[in-house]
Design a protein around this ligand. Sequence first.
Ligand code: AMP
Length: 184
Amino acid sequence: MGIPQVSTGDMLRAAKADGKLPADLVAQMAGGALVPDGVVIGLIDERTRKDDCAPGFLLDGFPRTAPQATALDRLLAARGQKLDRVVALEVPHDLLLERAVLRRADKRTGQIYHLKYNPPPPDADLEVRTDDREDVVRKRLDVYEAMTAELLPYYEGHGILRRVDGVGSVDEVSGRVVQALDAK
Ligand code: AMP
């Protein structure tokens, strides 16, 4: 769609790789907890002000709490912008667990693989996300239910929520997401 993907998780991991993420935030991420709302709201505010976001942007992994959602509404309203669409990818927890636990990334290219669904080539130099350990993934799913799930009725009330079946191949799910974004 020619617009930037703005991912708070990617931004936090990049800050960590640069040695710029404070140790307490590194520990929160590694344990599957959310980092404080103010941190991610600041990241989103700064990133979405950049010129490449002028035609629009796609937020990934944000907002994740009610205060983040209201801060986002306020921040966009102050600029005369608004959210057009919210896509909820619906996937059973046992499948999410399998997707995360068997996820690997090539250190050199950043390419993401899955040991079962998208196996890496033999020469890949693989690493595992620290928060993709099974116990941490379970914690992340609990955090989602406790902090994030309540955003679905919030956006449903605004008439912009589209629920998408996230079970299927990458192509199938991508097709459904594009359809959900295009549909009025
Ligand atoms: P993700 O790559 O979206 O799965 O995010 C990885 C981790 O980064 C999360 O488990 C949190 O620790 C942190 N994080 C990313 N986005 C947010 C957010 N919107 N609010 C709080 N913490 C976040």
